[in-house]
Design a protein around this ligand. Structure first.
Ligand code: ANZ
Length: 804
């Protein structure tokens, strides 16, 4: 058994001392930007899930480097924001010192895994030199009318003492809870900063067509953006009041039997006739206690109350009753819908319950259930005989011509709620004047002030609000007060892949808007391969795409999209097949595995478990097996040290070698790392099976091994005579296709056209050689017996037919 502790420490020190992994740009080489989703440095340190994606990118980056690319493969710290702060609070620490301590711990852990991250490219979102540019991007968004302060119904989380973005709220059994910590979330009106991501909805949709992401990931983003094209139709009540309903099914307009308005709609109260006042007001009050999710999810039972008012259907001037219904959501489209029970599930349930007419306007086989599909329109004067799409177009045309409605597009995507009532985030570069108008602070960075009392409060005020000296300032002789909310965690992570490119050796950053930065972006964007967890499908990946597209629009970056290829790595479950968690007691600690089995074994095991995108349980026997294989590799080199030579007479081994290089290269290129490892295993068996110890094969095998087990590979490389050279700087071996011809082949032997045996002969063997071997076979001997051979038909490498 090799001593992994000794070997791994030795090589980590050498790589560090020799600056092996420092980033240098060589413009003569093509670039490969291989990115990991950077971690937030929690106090718990790395778990075994982290090295899965990180090992995959490490292997790929090393492979790219060995095949002649200039690689950028950086890491940094997503250190502002809720998770880091929450953890600091729960362990009674100040986020600042705590974050720095955790970063140091994470860095050491990553080094122990032998990753080739560039030490001179690390970024930290809490470094004022970094967040100066986070703030700068905000100022640009503000200048372009994409950031504004607004009264909004926010997701308020009492336990976290802050508001949350829609993307940070989960639906668990119909209840709204925070993504972090699973705490209850309620709707509450507050004055908040929002970023107008909805203005970018179409650009974000179009951009998806340009990039090489897995289809399911694109589908998640499309669904989240939720583009709905339809029409707004005007239902007149009186000269003063008209209700505007949004529909994606204008073709069903002849089937409308009621109008439904959201209980929160400002017009709702105006529609209530005195006779219905009590029931309606009670209903509106009851709705307030229901969450949006409850109203959406509870799809079986649609309820509502009649207002006593009617509206005119503009297509036929028929009177339709108006109901207040909680299944109509105020914050989607216009908050008013036209009810068509015959062709919509919810409207159907509603009509049944309140005995409203169910008028079919599309032919159906069965008139007992709503008909939702395409079909021939009936009972619809203007559009009888047309299918859905043609009917829709015709109705919209008619409505537009008569000013009764118009085409409209709505999105499920909401503007991005961008402020948090927390301490640990970037301060907004904003001051308000005496009239509460916001103004930009141009002198950046605006440093986050020291704050002893940093814990969140439940009154909705940010901890920074208590710092009177900081909050109140005088500019000229005018009084201003500062914005005291901070930015969410997603701010710093929305552009960090640009931050790496700007990071200088002296720790400073090139200005994001400089000409030099532009040149670097031109060379290095987009990110070629981005690996991370699927939990970021609609959070980070959407926000970062939005910021990037904005930076493209203002001429900062040259590409529309930031990440060309995204790969979601699967999770590693506990040995019992359940998600790893402290409470389940099934957590595997990578530090312990590094001590017991070594970092190389952990890396190879995590890649050998299965394809990178699959979720799999940890298995102790698996890591033991991998370690045994690494020992087998070590023993091979150790035992052949004295017999290594350049000679190669073993044709079988030569063939195996070229086949190995071909297969392993193709598999690494496709990121099939588990298959690449079995290619290595097969080749090690072939090396063992040969009497020869060929220097070239042994050397080139180590170059490939160095991607997976870099410490062991460098150690063995030194053992076979290369002192002081690191394989990181080697050149990927190539194979010779001419050598990919088998040295032995199986030849079928027929007697009188009937298959009798298969013999092993040399490749391209002659008829005589083949016949000689065939006639030695017991099966063939038994057939031929004493018979005279009349004729022989032989096709080289294909067949031998003996006629008797
Ligand atoms: C009439 C109709 C007839 C509809 C029919 C559907 C089928 P998506 O595709 O999700 O955008 N709707 C409109 N505003 C709403 C709101 N604020 N809350 C809840 N539902 C609302 O859905 C659009 C459809 O959802 C609209 O088209 C409307 O019902 C309803 F056979 O109008 B439809």
């Amino acid at each position: 058994m090799y001593n992994h502790n000794l070997i791994e420490k030795k090589w980590q020190k050498k790589w560090m001392d020799d600056h092996v992994y420092d980033f240098k740009d060589d413009l003569t080489q093509p670039k490969a930007y291989i990115l990991d989703m950077f971690p937030y440095p929690s106090g718990q340190g790395l778990h075994v899930g982290h090295p899965r994606g990180y090992t995959a990118t490490d292997i790929f980056a090393r492979y790219k480097k060995l095949t002649g690319y200039n690689i950028l493969h950086p890491i940094g710290w997503d250190a502002f924001g809720l998770p880091a702060e929450q953890y600091a609070i729960s362990t009674n620490n100040h986020p600042k010192e705590f974050t720095n301590k955790n970063i140091n711990h994470f860095r050491v852990q990553l080094q122990k895994l032998g990753f080739c991250y560039h030490p001179n490219k690390e970024v930290n979102t809490t470094d004022p030199n970094y967040y100066r540019w986070t703030q700068w991007i905000f100022t640009k968004l503000f200048e372009h009318d994409l950031a504004e302060i607004r009264d909004v119904d926010v997701n308020w989380c009492e336990q976290l003492g802050t508001v949350l973005a829609n993307e940070e709220v989960l639906n668990v059994d119909g209840r709204m809870v925070s993504e972090r910590g699973c705490f209850p979330v309620v709707k509450k009106p507050m004055r908040q900063w929002i970023l107008k991501i909805t203005k970018y909805a179409d650009k974000l949709l179009d951009g998806l067509n340009e990039i090489n992401w897995p289809e399911h990931l694109k589908a998640i983003q499309r669904k989240w953006i939720g583009r709905s094209a339809g029409a707004i139709i005007k239902f007149k009540i009186s000269e003063e009041i008209t209700l505007e309903a949004f529909t994606t099914r204008a073709d069903t307009i002849y089937g409308v039997s009621f109008i439904a308005i959201a209980p929160e709609h400002p017009l709702a109260k105006k529609l209530i006739k005195s006779k219905y006042k009590n029931t309606c007001e009670q209903y509106i009050a009851d709705t307030k206690t229901k969450s949006e999710l409850e109203r959406k999810v509870n799809s079986k039972e649609q309820t509502g109350v009649f207002t006593g008012t009617y509206a005119l259907n503009p297509i036929n001037n028929k009177q339709v009753p108006i109901y207040i219904c909680d299944y109509v959501l105020m914050n989607y489209a216009t908050g008013i819908l036209m009810g068509v029970p015959a062709h919509d599930e919810r409207d159907f349930n509603f009509a049944k319950k309140y005995n409203l007419p169910i008028n079919f306007v599309i032919e159906a086989n069965d008139y007992e259930h709503p008909y939702l599909d395409d079909g021939i329109h009936i009972n619809s004067n203007l559009i009888n005989g047309l299918n859905n799409l043609d009917a829709q177009n015709k109705i919209i045309e008619y409505l537009e011509a008569n000013k009764l409605g118009q085409k409209e597009v709505f999105y499920k995507l909401k503007d991005w709620l961008f402020s948090r009532q927390r301490y640990w985030g970037e301060p907004f570069p904003i001051v308000f004047d005496e009239n509460n108008n916001p103004h930009l602070v141009k002198d950046l960075p605006l440093i986050l002030p020291e704050c002893i009392n940093f814990k969140p409060s439940s009154d909705g005020k940010s901890p920074l609000a208590s710092l009177d000296d900081w909050v109140n300032i005088t500019i000229g002789n005018k009084k201003y007060y500062r914005e005291t909310n901070t930015m969410p965690q997603w701010a710093g992570s929305s552009w960090y892949y640009l931050g790496y490119l700007l990071k200088q050796n002296d720790g400073s950053y090139l200005p994001l808007n400089s000409e030099k930065a532009k040149k670097i972006f031109k060379r290095w964007l987009p990110v070629d391969t981005y690996v991370g967890g699927q939990e970021h499908a609609v959070l980070h990946l959407l926000y970062a795409r939005f910021w990037h597209r904005f930076l493209y629009d203002i001429g900062i970056v040259p590409t529309k999209e930031p990440f060309n290829e995204v790969i979601n790595q699967g999770m590693i479950l506990g040995p019992n097949g359940e998600k790893m968690s402290k409470s389940r007691g099934n957590v595997i600690n990578p530090d312990e595995i590094i001590i017991s089995h070594g970092a190389d074994a952990l890396r190879v095991y995590e890649m050998f478990m299965g394809p990178i995108n699959t979720t799999l349980p940890w298995n102790d026997e698996g890591i033991n097996g991998v370690r045994k294989w690494l020992d087998r590799v070590y023993r091979y080199y150790e035992s052949r040290l004295n017999t290594i030579s350049e000679n190669s007479c073993d044709k079988e081994l030569e063939y195996q070698y070229h086949l190995f290089i071909k297969n392993v290269t193709e598999n690494i290129d496709k990121m099939n790392f588990n298959v690449a490892i079995s290619d290595m295993m097969v080749f090690v068996n072939a090396m063992y099976a040969s009497k020869e110890a060929n220097f070239t094969y042994m050397h080139n095998f180590l170059i490939i091994l160095s991607c997976f087990a870099p410490h062991l590979a460098d150690e063995l490389h030194e053992m076979i005579g290369h002192k002081g050279f690191c394989l990181f700087n080697a050149k990927w071996p190539s194979y010779d296709p001419k050598k990919l011809v088998l040295s032995k082949i199986n030849l079928p032997v027929m007697i009188n056209g009937k298959h009798r045996d298969t013999i092993l002969i040399n490749n391209n063997a002659s008829q005589e050689q083949a016949l000689k071997i065939a006639l030695n076979s017991e099966k063939i001997k038994a057939q031929v017996g004493n018979n005279k051979i009349k004729k022989i038909i032989f096709v080289e490498n294909k067949i031998l037919n003996i006629l008797i």
